[in-house]
Write a protein that binds this ligand. Structure first.
Ligand code: GAR
Length: 192
């Protein structure tokens, strides 16, 4: 069977990345091969190192103004890219190099609460301010616009009037950790 090799891109804590790494340990046809970050301080780099996953930190010039990252991904035999709390827009050359092979998770029910600048706690604060009765997660393919690719899965949770943005974040994170690894597995498996 063909082996799929995943590269995970992160900018911060990397709790989703860790769940994904754990999920695919010992998987027969899917391997997490590389974790990349635009942020040298991202805690997720340490998480990956604990699992002996190779890591790479890159800057804006390398990412946006060259094919350097594409070369690294190709050299590592990467077949699929997973964004897990990665905050930079994916440049066109990378999208063209991996057509329909890049997936993202967003901590709300898109198309609500998406777009540029909508990440992390800002999303949950906006959900609270809008007095939504539910929120959740959206897992989608990535195209050249923030949060606009084909939706692959959505999962919901309730929002109580008394919930703080932090409490909303905790509920959403639980959904992310529960569902993102299995949605990735299905997505990768059906594309092999
Ligand atoms: C996650 O909640 C993810 O949905 C969000 O960043 C968080 C990363 O957490 N992504 C976005 O907001 C993208 N627009 P983690 O670093 O602990 O996995």
């Amino acid at each position: 069977m063909r082996l799929a090799r995943i590269a995970i891109f992160i900018s911060g804590s990397g709790s989703n990345a860790e769940k994904i790494i754990e999920h695919f340990q010992n998987h027969e046809s899917i391997k997490v091969s590389l974790l990349l970050s635009n942020n040298a301080e991202a805690y997720g780099l340490q998480r990956a190192a604990r699992y002996n996953i190779a890591t790479l930190v890159f800057n804006k010039v390398q990412f946006r103004e060259s094919d350097e990252i594409i070369s690294v991904l190709r050299a590592a035999g990467i077949t699929h890219i997973v964004l897990a709390g990665f905050l930079w827009l994916i440049p066109q050359n990378l999208i063209e190099a991996f057509p329909n092979r890049i997936i993202n998770i967003h901590p709300a029910l898109l198309p609500k609460f998406g777009g540029k600048g909508m990440y992390g706690m800002r999303v949950h604060e906006a959900v609270k301010a809008a007095e939504e009765s539910e929120t959740g997660i959206t897992i989608h393919e990535v195209n050249a616009h923030y949060d606009e690719g084909k939706i692959l899965a959505q999962h919901k949770c309730g929002v109580e009037k008394s919930d703080s943005p932090e409490q909303i974040a905790a509920k959403v994170q639980q959904l992310e950790h529960q569902y993102y690894p299995q949605v990735i597995e299905k997505w990768v498996t059906t594309s092999l």
